[in-house]
Ligand binder design. Structure first.
Ligand code: TEU
Ligand code: CA
Length: 543
């Protein structure tokens, strides 16, 4: 696959997500910032990533850590200035790194000037930028619930109407039916493109075409019409990487989103596998063990169905998800082995891999006292479940497993105070294991998780088979191995992972001796059929 129409640059790229609040503080106020990111570009270049997806840094009251924007064309002072942002883009470019910004287009902050105007009166020109319904104070239009708890309708007594919000009350939903709103959004995106950003991540993009009267939030009837217009008016004018966040994506829908004709996005984040370890039909807090065979089946389906007619995003982690090594690996005696196994398993697949900050050093979940949690989703759920009569210890068990704050603890750079994240008081407690788990110690150890990620990134660039090869699942019924091949043009890649803490015997009859071993997370074994706990290997066979 050469560069060009059929192989855009992002098919061979690896993206790194920075959650700016928690990455690096540069001025001692305890909050990560843009200048802090600039200080860490050398580190990211050494890792070998091609782009940074930056979680929101625009002006925001921070009700949902920046996912509630009050000015799409300015930087929140907490993170720096517009000049700092321009410098970040420029400095990152010098490190061969593109900056992707996070577009939150489903809703704005209730402190956005549009909303301040909109709630002044039904005749106000901005009123229709949001979703309003009549009702009486006692009876909302319907019983829809918001993702962060409570009703999705908020009463505004001054104008005797309800506005619709799928997330917090401070995140009113924008009305995409309004063509003027859409135009303002396109202008804003074009402005960012002129500033030199390399791409965009689109927050809950499958929820923009809502039909609240029908209780439709995801995948509304006009969704792809809106996205195609958006793409035509903005992204298609540049050579960008774009990724939509789509909790409601099926493989069929994902083929539209990531159509190789470029009419929508480069790719989407899909979440079918992410909800596997919860009780069916319930919430993420209602824990269940991971059904391993199902995980294999789902990822196999995504690999096969998008082959040559779409493109996958590959990720285990982001700022909303618990740490993968704690979740589906083993963050105690096999932390290093299982973190590497999970990396190998993901990075061998077809798609663009996303690494979430700290994943590359094997950062883990935390168990904090309630007062140390910060996330609005966690705090609201805690209150709601207490009121519903849940045991506090059960609520805490759910929080330890699934709270978004697991991903949001400060980046662990070194073993000095606050892990080198800040010289002040960190906005959220640092994980107490930072003396053992930190970037500095990882970088002095050639066997570290960091170097595993670095090697995987290099391999992806070196061999065509990573971008191009067709996927076949091996041993689909085996309940320890997650193994597959990728094949194209005379190259065949084998990825064999023992997804368990028990030894496993591989019954594949290949002549391993004649293959090149590209990566292994253990020293060479006496018997190559035996896979030790979380052992992962990549073999390459060339014709
Ligand atoms: O997340 C979308 C979303 O659906 C999440 O609220 C998800 O349900 C939850 O995190 C699972 O625990 C995006 C952003 O990634 C998230 O950080 C924002 O809070 C949310 O949109 C609202 O903008
Ligand atoms: Ca700061």
């Amino acid at each position: 696959m050469r560069e060009g129409k059929n192989c855009p640059w992002w098919k061979k790229s690896v993206v790194y997500q920075v959650y700016p609040r928690s990455f690096q503080d540069s001025n001692g106020d305890g909050i990560g910032d843009l200048n802090g990111i600039i200080q860490r570009l050398d580190y990211l270049q050494e890792l070998g990533i091609d782009a940074i997806w930056l979680s929101p840094v625009c002006k925001s009251p921070q009700d949902d850590n920046g996912y509630d924007i009050s000015d799409y064309q300015d930087i929140d002072p907490m993170f720096g200035t517009l000049q700092d942002m321009e410098r970040l883009i420029e400095e990152a470019n010098k490190h061969h790194i593109k900056i992707m910004i996070d577009l939150v287009l489903n809703h704005s902050s209730d402190e956005h000037p549009w909303f301040l105007e909109a709630k002044k009166g039904r005749e106000n020109p901005y009123h229709d930028y949001y979703v309003w319904r009549d009702g009486t104070e006692e009876t909302p239009p319907n019983d829809m619930r918001a993702a962060f708890g409570g009703s999705a309708w908020e009463w505004v007594p001054e104008i005797e109407q309800y506005y619709f919000h799928q997330f917090s009350v401070k995140q009113p939903d924008l009305n995409w039916e309004n063509p003027k709103l859409r135009q303002e959004i396109y202008e804003m995106i074009n402005w960012w493109m002129q500033k030199g950003v390399g791409g965009f991540r689109l927050d809950v993009i499958d929820q923009i075409a809502k039909e609240p009267d029908q209780k439709i939030t995801q995948n509304g009837p006009r969704l792809h019409e809106f996205i195609q217009e958006l793409s035509r008016e903005t992204f298609q004018k540049g050579d960008l990487i774009t990724v939509g966040e789509a909790w409601g994506a099926t493989t069929e829908i994902a083929k539209l989103y990531s159509n190789p004709d470029g009419s929508e996005f480069s790719m989407v984040f899909q979440f079918e596998h992410i909800g596997l370890d919860q009780q069916e039909g319930k919430e993420k807090w209602d824990l269940a063990p991971l059904p391993f065979l199902k995980l294999k089946k789902i990822l196999e389906r995504w690999q096969k169905e998008l082959f040559q007619c779409g493109w996958n995003s590959l990720f285990w982690n982001n700022h909303d998800l618990p740490r993968i090594v704690s979740r589906w690996g083993n963050d105690k005696e096999y932390r290093t082995e299982s973190a590497k196994m999970l990396a190998v398993l993901l990075h061998g697949m077809q798609g663009t891999p996303y690494i979430y900050q700290g994943e590359e050093i094997g950062m883990t979940n935390v168990k904090y006292a309630m007062e140390d949690y910060r996330d609005i989703e966690t705090l609201n759920m805690y209150q709601e479940r207490l009121e519903q009569g849940y045991e506090e210890s059960d609520i805490m068990t759910s929080i330890y497993a699934k709270s978004r704050d697991n991903a949001r603890t400060p980046m662990q750079w070194n073993d000095s105070l606050n892990a080198g994240f800040t010289e002040g008081m960190p906005w959220m407690k640092v994980n107490p294991n930072y003396k053992e788990i930190n970037a500095e110690s990882q970088r002095t150890d050639p066997d570290s998780i960091f170097y595993c990620y670095k090697t995987l990134i290099q391999l992806r660039k070196k061999y065509e088979v990573f971008a191009e090869g067709a996927f076949e699942l091996l041993m689909p019924e085996h309940n320890q191995f997650f193994a597959y091949t990728r094949e194209s043009q005379g190259e065949k890649l084998y990825v064999i992972c023992n997804f368990s803490e028990k030894e496993a015997v591989c019954s594949l009859e290949e002549n391993w001796k004649n293959m090149q071993i590209l990566y292994s997370n253990y020293p060479e074994s006496v018997d190559e059929k035996i896979y030790r706990p979380y052992e992962a290997r990549m073999y390459l066979r060339c014709q």
